[in-house]
Ligand binder design. Structure first.
Ligand code: ADP
Length: 492
């Protein structure tokens, strides 16, 4: 029976492929890193061809490692780094410029001009996003304006734009498919998330011809067929979903109010808000959680720039630990009355502050402050920042009941216990923490009937450990007050 699902997880620093069986168990993986280009201050680029070749190699590796044949694979799902912008020539299939990565700030001035024209409100209304270079629209406009002849070619319908999912689809189908899904479209700043259409006003505003844009489909849909020349057999591609939405889907956050938080380099927290799009008054994003059978589920999203990356700084910058895993036992040695606060604004602060000028600081040190206090403060910064996001969600009318967590940092039991203590809610760590690839596999499998329904997926979600609150309100107030004071002093 060919019931394997190949999940492609194309990330910011590496391309990965994971093979799942029909029970959603991991059979094998393949992974390859690729080059990061920093051509100017605040610029970040990837070679789109290298994104493709490393993706392809990862798929072959996963298939070889499993000892199966391509014809044993029932379908392919794709999840990807979001917002990253690629433009290619429809005839040759060649990108006309390197991919401009979501982290790239080159269009900051342009975005500021639009903000000065009072356009942020309209843009937020239509797209759920904040006017920021992060999203694709200003990057796409930059490519069309900066590459000689690009605009004319675009007007003539000779160029194609896509986020990474869309470019991979084009490659896998050898140019037959120019499609994306609603979650990836919702990050372009050109897509109206209420009407689920490309927005004419926004296309005019950013001066983007409609003909360059891909068709937008549900997350579980017929995205085309992977050509037999690519992996050795034709395989239908039936699921596409952006990485953070995929993690939420892999965590089975299907009901309104269900929330996941992923702790990798940074942290992304998504709360499902059901059929309702909530407009945040606290600088969170509204976004498409997923679209199935033409029905859209929405989410609010908050992101933190530095989560696990703060531990990398403690390890490589301060060099006071050799491995992030040492942090747990060091923190366990500290009293719970925590007086040292580290605000990791190394690259500014993300949601809900969006303060690009703020820089990191440590507060509250005394003569007896040492390694364990600093390490603990670094770990706790992730906990406090999560609380900031949850407060913002609650002020917008949400209500966090519990939190499902994943990502490399959730191995740390201290962090998750303190998370439960400070948020005063249960924190759930699932058995499978590869939730991003799992979410894409779920989507692809749903479409071809390997998985029957959302209910059947929910029944597969397996808890590894629950962290329950153990502290009282007084502790919570005191700790969070200390953090708020530290934030206040850090903001630019
Ligand atoms: P990404 O997918 O963003 O590359 P991962 O999900 O692989 O990140 O998570 C890796 C991050 O988790 C690293 O930044 C690392 O510092 C952090 N990390 C890993 N193990 C621990 C631990 N035991 N305690 C704290 N942080 C950890």
């Amino acid at each position: 029976m060919n019931q394997y699902i190949l999940s492609i997880d194309q990330g910011t620093t590496s391309s990965r492929a994971i093979l799942f069986d029909s029970e959603a168990s991991i059979i094998s993986t393949g992974q390859q890193e690729f080059t990061q280009f920093f051509p100017d201050d605040g610029w970040v680029e990837h070679d789109a061809e290298e994104i493709w070749t490393t993706t392809l190699d990862s798929c072959k590796l996963a298939i070889n490692n499993a000892g199966i044949q391509a014809q044993d694979i029932a379908c392919i799902g794709i999840t990807n780094q979001r917002e990253t912008t690629i433009v290619w020539d429809r005839e040759s299939g060649k990108p006309i410029h390197r991919a401009i990565v979501w982290q790239d700030r080159r269009t900051a001035k342009f975005c500021e001009t639009l903000r000065d024209q009072g356009l942020e409100e309209t843009i937020q209304e239509k797209t759920g996003l904040l006017l920021d270079p992060y999203f694709s629209a200003s990057k796409l406009a930059w490519i069309l304006d900066s590459i000689p002849g690009a605009r004319e070619k675009a007007e003539d319908g000779k160029l194609a734009f896509g986020t990474v999912d869309c470019f991979l689809l084009w490659k896998l189908t050898q140019g037959k498919s120019h499609c994306t899904d609603a979650t990836n479209a919702s990050r372009t700043m050109l897509f109206n998330i209420s009407s689920q259409q490309w927005d004419e006003d926004l296309l005019t505003l950013f001066n983007i011809p409609l003909s360059i844009l891909p068709e937008v489909k549900d997350c579980a849909a017929d995205f085309g067929v992977c050509d037999a020349e690519i992996l050795g057999s034709e395989i239908p591609i039936t699921g596409v979903i952006g990485d953070q939405q995929a993690a939420a889907f892999g965590q089975c956050c299907f009901e309104s109010g269900m929330t996941k938080s992923t702790y990798g380099t940074g942290c992304f927290l998504l709360m499902n808000t059901g059929a309702e799009m909530i407009k945040s008054s606290n600088r969170l994003l509204s976004t498409v959680a997923y679209r199935l059978n033409g029905e859209t589920s929405y989410a609010v999203e908050g992101s933190i720039f530095m989560a696990g990356a703060t531990m990398q700084w403690v390890r490589d910058g301060l060099q006071i630990i050799k491995d992030a895993s040492e942090s747990e036992s060091l923190a366990e040695q500290c009293s719970d009355d925590l007086k040292v606060f580290l605000v990791p604004a190394f690259t500014g602060l993300g949601a809900p502050y969006w303060d690009t000028e703020a820089r990191a600081a440590i507060y509250g040190m005394t003569r007896d402050t040492g390694k364990k206090e600093i390490v603990t403060a670094a770990l706790m910064s992730v906990v406090y920042q999560t609380k900031d996001l949850v407060n913002a969600i609650n002020s917008d009318g949400g209500k966090l009941e519990s939190l499902r967590v994943d990502g490399g940092m959730v191995k740390n039991n201290y962090v998750l216990q303190k998370m439960a203590d400070l948020l005063d809610c249960e924190v759930y760590r699932p058995r499978i923490t590869e939730t991003t690839a799992l979410g894409a596999a779920y989507m692809a499998g749903l479409h071809i009937g390997v998985f029957e329904s959302l209910e059947s997926l929910s029944s597969k979600w397996q808890l590894e450990r629950t962290f329950s609150p153990e502290k009282n309100e007084q502790w919570r107030e005191q700790q969070y007050k200390g953090w708020e004071k530290a934030i206040e002093r850090t903001r630019s």
